[in-house]
Design a protein. Structure first.
Length: 717
């Protein structure tokens, strides 16, 4: 049998790099692949001052960052020298100084970002800079959301390594320091305050990315921006006069991406563009030159967010785009003719020819409510969409499609388009991914193409569903209002492998689950009865669904992962689950329930990860010898004071040799409790950490580290 050790490293890296961080957090507690997953999980870290993020059993994920406390991050770096993140963000600047003094290796060869969002008072800012002089640390990124007197105390020793600077406040006054002498390595700059155009001429000359707002000057303005810029986001504000408003950036030969934002003025500025642009986004089409094809011959992606604010004619403007274009995102008004009575009309053949898509366009997104027309009509055939692979129709109240959808489509999204006819889907013989959002689907019994594998319904009103696509492998029906699901109205294909029914206000489920179903997610529903689960099910997630309020369901014996967090399980309903019969179960989460007793006989001996945090366990506890492969144990926030001391007197504090992490924090343990645990765990060859809060002995980290076996050293350096 092939194991994780037999898979090439590059294949494992690819698997983990494409895995959601929530899944990585789970995998990091499994044997063999766990250490590799943990390194990937902690590649981007936010150090949060709040100690609630100290929990080592589960990691909070926020915007693709793992959120941990300063304590946990410092200890993790001590235990695993090879777990060195790519970037670390400090929400409290003082935490950086503290870590640099206590554990300087934790920030070696790491991109350091400091947020001054909570440091707003002048004395606090001054104190930080005073301490920084004593312990200078290279800082690569700085974010300041308010004025906070940041520039008053700024010195070269803190700015010389800064590559990214975010000034999100509106009251900064130190822009003269945004220059090469102060920021010699600055490559990315974000400024929220509206600037005089003359200021940008002093910006550091290594800038590659700039986001800013500018005051209108009332005449043609050539912006003296650094020619190193490759990406520019800009808005022009306060345009109210009748004079011309034109901006020239045609000299920026390295610019590849340009985003022209709405400055919320009376008039729209026009722009002279550089020829090397590859990505272009504009709030209004009148910001752009008339002939993009000749001015930007290498354009690959174009997005026009809206035209209605500046457009009052009967015929929409034409976007003359180059043949190199691959992606087009446009407002629906660009394909609508407005008649004298205010109703929409059809574009004639000449107008359709002018708007025909380049042959190489692969992705097309049409969105936005038409302000001057009641109906948007689209003729995909006449608009030249024969090779289109991705199509998105978003927020179009009245859409009429002439003819058929392009048969070449592989990905199709329809979002808030109430007039869309689902019968059109049947002809999409190459479609693999279908996303339907905020639609009144009603009885969805439409024929779907055989090629479809990944359909998804989000915030849709469904009364019945019959998905007949034979090659379907995954189905997501989330954030709906179904309430009741019966087998007569909810029919699934027999080959389905993954089903996600999360956040649907479900109460009763009486459906025939596909026999080959392996993953079932029912998180965040109401109190519900789930029926008979398929016997081949391997992963079952049912978080925050009050499942323990009903008669316990019969669990499949093939289960490997079970998540029943926050389900009101008591001792009685836990026993009724008969978990001990799930002989393949290795990952079990029963946190935030009402369990009062720990009885090893209620659980299978195959467990690798067991989370019983935030329950009411106050029973005899300590003997975990049954679970020989147990690696991670969470008992935080229970009522275990004195229990390990009692177990030690009976020699009943026993763990298997694979135990790595034990968390018993916030149990009000006695010193004797912790001593009993330390006495046993310090002898375990693979122990990584015992978390016992303030009761932990002063030299425990060093003592346990010294016990680490050769395998641990090989894995973590």
């Amino acid at each position: 049998m092939v194991g994780i050790k037999d898979i090439p490293d590059e294949v494992v890296d690819h698997m983990l790099n494409n895995m959601p961080l929530e899944e990585l957090d789970r995998v990091s507690n499994l044997p063999l692949i766990g250490p590799v997953a943990k390194r990937r999980l902690l590649k981007s870290v936010v150090v949060e001052p709040d100690e609630k993020y100290h929990n080592p059993i589960r990691t909070v994920i926020r915007n693709d960052f793992a959120v941990v406390s300063l304590t946990r991050y410092s200890r993790t770096c001590q235990m695993y020298p090879r777990i060195s993140p790519d970037e670390v963000r400090f929400l409290e600047p003082g935490d950086l100084i503290e870590l640099a003094r206590k554990n300087p290796k934790a920030i070696e060869n790491v991109k350091v970002e400091v947020m001054f969002t909570r440091l707003v008072f002048r004395p606090a800012i001054q104190k930080f800079f005073q301490e920084y002089k004593k312990t200078p640390v290279p800082i690569n990124s700085i974010c300041v959301e308010t004025d906070s007197h940041f520039f008053d105390f700024l010195e070269l020793n803190i700015t010389k390594e800064v590559e990214f600077l975010d000034l999100s406040g509106d009251s900064f006054s130190g822009f003269t320091k945004l220059s090469d002498p102060w920021f010699p390595k600055l490559t990315e700059l974000l400024v929220s305050k509206s600037l005089n155009p003359g200021v940008v001429g002093h910006f550091p000359h290594k800038l590659k990315l700039l986001r800013c707002k500018l005051h209108s000057t009332g005449h043609l303005t050539k912006l003296a921006l650094p020619e190193t810029l490759s990406e520019l986001w800009v808005a022009v504000e306060h345009i109210y006069g009748d004079w011309p408003h034109e901006w020239d950036i045609s000299h920026l030969g390295n610019l590849r991406k340009l985003v022209l934002l709405d400055g919320k003025g009376k008039h729209t500025p026009r722009w002279k563009l550089p020829p090397g642009l590859e990505e272009l986004e504009a709030s209004f089409c009148h910001m752009l030159p008339n002939d993009l094809a000749s001015i930007c011959p290498n354009l690959v992606e174009l997005e026009v967010t809206d035209i209605s604010k500046r457009f009052s004619g009967a015929t929409p403007p034409v976007l003359f785009v180059p043949e190199t274009l691959r992606t087009l995102k446009m407002h629906s008004s660009l394909i609508v003719r407005v008649q004298e009575d205010g109703k929409s009309g059809n574009l004639n053949d000449k107008e359709l020819k002018e708007r025909k898509l380049p042959a190489k366009v692969l992705e097309w997104r049409i969105s936005g409510k038409t302000r001057y027309a009641t109906v948007a009509r689209v003729d995909f055939e006449k608009l030249g969409c024969a090779d289109l692979s991705t199509l998105s129709l978003v927020d179009i109240p009245k859409l009429i499609i002439r003819g058929q959808l392009p048969r070449s489509l592989t990905i199709f999204t329809v979002n808030s388009v109430p007039t869309f006819k689902f019968e059109l889907l049947e002809s999409l013989e190459n479609l693999t991914k279908l996303t339907i959002v905020k639609m009144e689907c009603g009885d969805f019994t439409y024929s779907l193409p055989e090629s479809l594998t990944l359909p998804s319904f989000t915030e849709c009103h469904l009364t019945s569903l019959n998905v007949a696509a034979p090659n379907l492998t995954s189905l997501k029906v989330r954030r709906g209002t179904m309430g009741l699901m019966k087998k007569e109205t909810f029919v699934l294909p027999p080959g389905l492998r993954e089903l996600d029914l999360s956040s649907n206000e479900l109460i009763i489920i009486e459906i025939d689950y596909p026999p080959m179903l392996e993953t079932l997610k029912m998180n965040y529903n109401g109190s519900m009865s789930i029926g008979n689960l398929p016997q081949h099910l391997k992963t079952f997630e049912c978080r925050s669904s009050s499942l323990g309020s009903f008669t316990a369901p019969e669990l499949p014996r093939a289960l490997r992962v079970l998540d029943l967090d926050h389900n009101h399980f008591s001792d009685r309903t836990l026993r009724e689950l008969n978990l001990q019969e799930c002989s393949n179960l290795c990952w079990l989460n029963l946190s935030s329930n009402n369990i009062e007793t720990f009885n090893p006989d209620w659980f299978p001996q195959t467990l690798v990860y067991l989370d019983l945090e935030h329950n009411k366990i106050a029973s005899k506890i300590g003997d975990f010898s049954k679970f020989r492969g147990l690696k991670t144990l969470g008992l935080r926030l229970n009522k275990l004071r004195g229990r390990f001391e009692e177990a030690a007197k009976r020699n009943e504090v026993v763990f298997g040799d694979r135990i790595s992490i034990v968390n018993v924090e916030e149990n009000r343990l006695t010193k004797a409790d912790v001593a009993a645990l330390e006495n046993v765990l310090s002898k375990k060859p693979r122990l990584e950490k015992l978390y016992a809060g303030d009761d932990l002995g002063p030299n425990s980290i060093e003592a346990i580290c010294a016990q680490a076996d050769k395998r641990l050293k090989r894995l973590y350096g």
